[in-house]
Ligand binder design. Structure first.
Ligand SMILES: [Zn+2]
Length: 343
């Protein structure tokens, strides 16, 4: 479970933190870590359905308490209580009505809260760099989510996503406090932070808080990384170090000899062709070489066998299989034969 960090002030999602945290911050973080350790020993936490089966140490190592824990978050109540206090203060600052004690008046017992249903069509592309930083099934672009959050909430409100995946709801909640991101949706923001759709005021500029939950620890781990500020310099240094290490270890796998037989080149991609057998003469046929029409880039209806000249089409060919022994499963596996035809 993850709770989003303080609001973003910059256009960038990632911003720099001080290189070294103060001793007070370090002590506070160490205390949270100790409390997480205690909580993991409590059988009632382990009994919560969906609690990962990983051992205490693994869960601790993945976690960054209090905001991110790779298990049900034992700090949620205190975080939410702090957020309620912050919210009340923010509402006073923004001149929004105090709704903490209001009850009744026909709006689901929530006192003053009321919004018309959000009825616009929402369509957002999938080419935003933030969206593409990490792929994930059923991912929703954060810009699409922002429109709903702006419509239904005020700054400081808490949004719950119980099926958060990689945490785009958290990204959206934070970016509601980013003027440039909000204007990017086609809205106008005035000096006082009121957001307009055309002439109609629809919301206020300001980050919302997000509580993100997912059964998958992999998902919440990605969500945590999407939503937590990092030290950009340290990140860049570490990323370059890892890339260099991978290059040294695996770079040779991506090398090939040029046609001169001497010069080494880096492989961008390799095209593989399926292999078939001629039903007439039993000769091996590289499908791409024989059947592909180089001009039209389509498979020819008929083509001659390069060995016996028989007229062939794709349906008449026999598949060429190879059998290999899999050392891990201890079984022989039969697969289609393929050959690289373009490097
Ligand atoms: Zn043949």
């Amino acid at each position: 479970m993850l709770t989003s960090e303080p609001p973003l002030e910059q256009a960038e999602l990632i911003r720099s933190l001080p290189e070294t945290p103060t001793p007070e911050t370090q002590a506070a973080l160490a205390e949270y870590r100790e409390r997480l350790r205690q909580a993991l020993r409590d059988p009632s936490l382990r009994a919560i359905e969906g609690c990962p089966i990983g051992d205490d140490e693994a869960i601790e190592q993945l976690s960054d308490p209090p905001y991110y824990t790779a298990c049900p978050n034992p700090f949620l109540t205190e975080i939410l209580s702090q957020w309620q206090t912050d919210r009340a203060e923010l509402r006073r600052e923004l001149g929004l009505p105090d709704d903490a004690h209001a009850t009744g008046n026909g709006h689901n017992g929530n006192g003053l809260y009321h919004r018309e249903p959000f009825a616009a069509d929402v369509s957002e592309g999938k080419n935003d760099p933030i969206y593409n930083a990490h792929s994930y099934h059923t991912k929703v672009p954060h810009k699409a989510i922002m429109r709903y959050i702006l419509h239904y909430t005020d700054p400081g409100d808490v949004v719950l996503d119980g099926f958060c995946g990689t945490g785009m709801t958290g990204v959206a909640a934070q970016l509601c406090g980013n003027k440039k991101a909000v204007e990017g949706l086609g809205y106008r923001v005035d000096k006082t932070g009121v957001i307009y759709d055309g002439d109609k005021p629809i919301s206020r500029l300001g980050a919302r808080k997000a509580v993100l939950v997912d059964l998958s620890p992999a998902a919440t781990f990605i969500a945590y990384n999407y939503n937590t500020p990092i030290d950009v310099r340290t990140f860049e240094r570490e990323a370059k170090r890892i890339l260099k290490e991978v290059e040294t270890e695996c770079g040779w796998m991506y090398e090939t000899l040029h046609t001169d037989g001497k010069t080494k080149g880096r492989i961008s991609y390799t095209v593989w062709s399926e292999m078939f057998v001629c039903p007439q003469c039993g000769g091996e046929i590289t499908f791409m070489d024989e059947a592909l029409d180089a001009t039209s880039k389509r498979v020819k209806e008929k083509f001659p066998c390069p060995h016996c000249g028989a007229s062939l089409d794709k349906r008449s060919l026999d598949r060429d299989y190879i059998t290999a022994y899999d050392r891990i499963t201890g079984q022989s596996i039969k697969t289609l034969k393929r050959r690289p035809v373009l490097i």
